[in-house]
Design a protein around this ligand. Structure first.
Ligand SMILES: NC(=O)c1ccc[n+]([C@@H]2O[C@H](COP(=O)([O-])OP(=O)(O)OC[C@H]3O[C@@H](n4cnc5c(N)ncnc54)[C@H](O)[C@@H]3O)[C@@H](O)[C@H]2O)c1
Ligand SMILES: O[C@H]1[C@H](O)[C@@H](O)[C@H](O)[C@@H](O)[C@H]1O
Length: 348
């Protein structure tokens, strides 16, 4: 069986996901695309020799009879509208992060999906599929370092495009950490403080870069986070958990050690596409397979909502300079993961 997918937004990641669905993964065919930049949509159709209809807009694509499932890879502020329309059409939808740019927008999605009565939404938090993060999670679950006490992390980009706004360092960049740390620690956030250190002269004048984010979780873990989106030297994602009996760290991406010209060196990546290439592949294959089975397996609309509640609080903390309390509503049973239900019933 083949999942016929319609892609809304054929920019950087939309193009990448079309490439992997067309050339790498099994079980999906891209039958429809749309982009406000029509030339961009045409370029992708031609580059991958797609037998796909180019639609005027996302709403028309979602309504198309032959589109079984929707992929939303347009700009963050447009996600909410397209995810809501997909739910209204009863179609499974993979939405790149963020699910919506505010918690209120995510809540509307959670309510629409719950009213529909079946999970349709997966959010593109691909780090949960990354082998490195999974190994860190496994060490935590196995209790190898005892209970986690402190988490140190950094999210560094070489640079960001001109359209990157001040809020995006939180709602578009640190949102990955906001999701993956909840998942890693199996915990929720209770407070956040955002501190603005000396500003880099190499960041756009409208940006405050870098930023430091201090969070506390319900179990009392302290998170020290750094966001630095014009760090210039590489794409560098760090995560280290200090526990009662040891430390577990995210592995560095594989890179050869070079001895040359009187130097010992290893390369650093510069591009997010390469850094998480395997995680994106595994994530989308899982989405295709579970959607074909009529299930939804990956990060849910609830996870998207939880990350957005935290990112709203980060923005407030950045602007006020105060420690902002975060209160997470209780997760409804509708959003229990299928594996939790199996565990509860004793099925492994
Ligand atoms: N999971 C990840 O690691 C990851 C990586 C990159 C991007 N993203 C997310 O994916 C989204 C897109 O990011 P990008 O880097 O590909 O941006 P991009 O600007 O390269 O591409 C976005 C595309 O969407 C199109 N678009 C915008 N509004 C539209 C609309 N209403 N209808 C149809 N097309 C529309 C634009 O013309 C553009 O071609 C963002 O939300 C971003 O946060 C996620
Ligand atoms: O800061 C960027 C992140 O490092 C990437 O992983 C993408 O999510 C991209 O959209 C963000 O702008």
């Amino acid at each position: 069986m083949t999942l016929r997918v319609g892609v809304i937004g054929t920019g950087a990641i939309g193009r990448e996901h079309v490439r992997r669905m067309t050339q790498v993964l099994k079980g999906a065919e891209v039958v429809a695309v749309t982009d406000v930049n029509a030339a961009q949509a045409r370029e992708v159709v031609d580059a991958f020799k797609l037998q796909a209809v180019i639609y005027e807009n996302g709403q028309e694509l979602i309504r198309a009879q032959d589109v079984d499932a929707v992929m939303v890879t347009s700009w963050g502020a447009t996600h909410e509208e397209f995810v809501l329309a997909s739910i209204a059409a009863g179609k499974p939808v993979f939405c790149e992060k963020p699910l919506a740019v505010t918690a209120e927008g995510c809540k509307a999605i959670v309510e629409a999906e719950s009213a529909f009565g079946k999970r349709l939404v997966q959010v593109g938090y691909m780090r949960r599929y990354d082998r490195g993060y999974r190994a860190v999670k496994e060490a935590l679950v196995n209790g190898t370092i005892g209970e986690p006490l402190i988490l140190n992390c950094a999210h560094r980009n070489v640079s960001v495009p001109d359209f990157y706004t001040r809020d995006m360092s939180i709602v578009d960049t640190f949102i990955h950490e906001l999701d993956v740390h909840r998942w890693l620690l199996d915990d929720d956030y209770v407070s956040v403080q955002v501190v603005q250190p000396r500003k880099s002269r190499l960041a756009g004048s409208h940006l405050q870069d870098p930023l430091l984010v201090y969070m506390e979780t319900a179990k009392g873990v302290r998170i020290n986070g750094e966001i630095f989106v014009n760090c210039k030297y590489g794409y560098d994602i760090q995560c280290q958990v200090v526990g009662e009996m040891g430390i577990v760290s995210l592995p560095e991406p594989m890179s050869v050690t070079m001895r040359s010209e009187a130097k010992l060196s290893t390369g650093l990546l510069t591009d997010w596409k390469e850094r998480f290439i395997e995680a994106y592949d595994i994530e989308l294959q899982d989405w295709i397979d579970s959607t074909l089975r009529g299930e939804m397996n990956g990060p849910s609309a609830w996870d998207g909502y939880a990350a957005a509640i935290a990112s709203d609080a980060c923005l407030e903390a950045r602007d006020s300079g105060a420690i902002v309390r975060i209160s997470m509503p209780e997760r409804p049973s509708f959003y229990r993961h299928p594996s939790e239900d199996k565990a509860a019933s004793g099925i492994s």
